[in-house]
Write a protein that binds this ligand. Sequence first.
Ligand code: NAD
Length: 400
Amino acid sequence: MLYSRPVVPASFKSVALVEEKMNIVVLRENAPGEARVALMPDSVKKIVALKVSVVVESGAGLGAARTDDDYREAGAEISCDRNALLAAADVLVTVNRPSDEVFAALKKVAVVLGFLRPLDEPQALEPALAGGLTTFAMELVPRITRAQAMDALSSMATVAGYKAVILGASQIPRMFPLLMTAAGTVPPARVLILGAGVAGLQAIATARRLGAVVEGYDVRAAAGEQVRSLGATFLEVDLGGLKTEDAGGYAVELSEEAMQRGRDLIAEHAKTADVVITTAQVPGRKAPLLVTEEAVNGMKRGSVIIDLAGATGGNCVLSKADETVERNGVTILAPTNLPATVPVHASQLYSRNVTAFLGLLIKDGELNIDMNDDVVGPSCVTHQGQVVNQRVAAALSTVA
Ligand code: NAD
């Protein structure tokens, strides 16, 4: 049974050569539109202090405004030879999941750390499995206090929530703040934010700073207090005491009746909104449908929907990932990688998250992976030719 839970040794050490330092490798990301880099020079300084080498592919930092010289000054080596870099990598640190070719070029004891999309595209990790690689997904880092410095999902959601508002503000044919001028009063824009998790709360805070009147909606009652504390109105729907969140604080999938009550409330409030930003997700599932065709048809001409759930199917029925859709003067955008459009700060936050995680894997200049560690173990996807994460194993069995 390939995907049953294997017995994993509590710890193992890399077979790093005694006279050579362990290599942490950073490649130039080559996904379309990707401008982030996995490690920024500031983090390189911290990592070389762990008595390991950092080798960076030439040009890797340019999208995030960092040159090869910036990396050299921080203590990294620069290489133009991608194949040699891969062959020498003990740990490959990436933003996006590496290609099949990159996985195939790594040595068997190599470790890969990045956003690997293990739950929504588990089959894409087959090459890593076949290669016997040890892979860690930043998406699986548990949201426990000890792992807060490694919470890359929150980092990227923060950037995406901010940028969604900026995008919305630049799209609509009006201003955000209330202005009282000699030529009359300009009313503030109205912004409706669906899903008040990390991205949604950052969107609320940003829209409020720009002077908009903001409403927020979430199925988790706990989100209400946070929405109100940011100066927005919380839209409440009577779900009849239904359980809406799991023990980890995440939303659970709701019944169709409960979902419909939410959609009706949203449709009512979307009528007066200039910008609707949707951020609702249920981990490991298709994004919940919150904005129906009727709701879009009821919106004002010139208004805009920014759907941040586009990568998992979208919260608006009309959204098309990374495309612009027009419906009766309403513009619907579903950008799937907004963090890449703020590459300096997105890379800086991600790089710090990754560096904190590396701190758990490296001891005395060598790999020392403790699968019993409550952050390391749950974040591991594949190890020694087996899927070691039960959620990923379950996701794989459903797609097989
Ligand atoms: P997420 O990206 O999975 O979902 C975004 C939001 O969508 C959530 O607030 C969720 O409740 C909401 N949602 C889901 N289904 C919905 C529906 N049908 N209608 C309306 N809203 C819906 O979540 P996230 O932003 O990653 O965070 C989720 C939770 O985890 C929050 O409680 C957050 O505060 C918590 N969190 C904790 C830590 C930590 O303790 N270290 C870190 C980050 C987040």
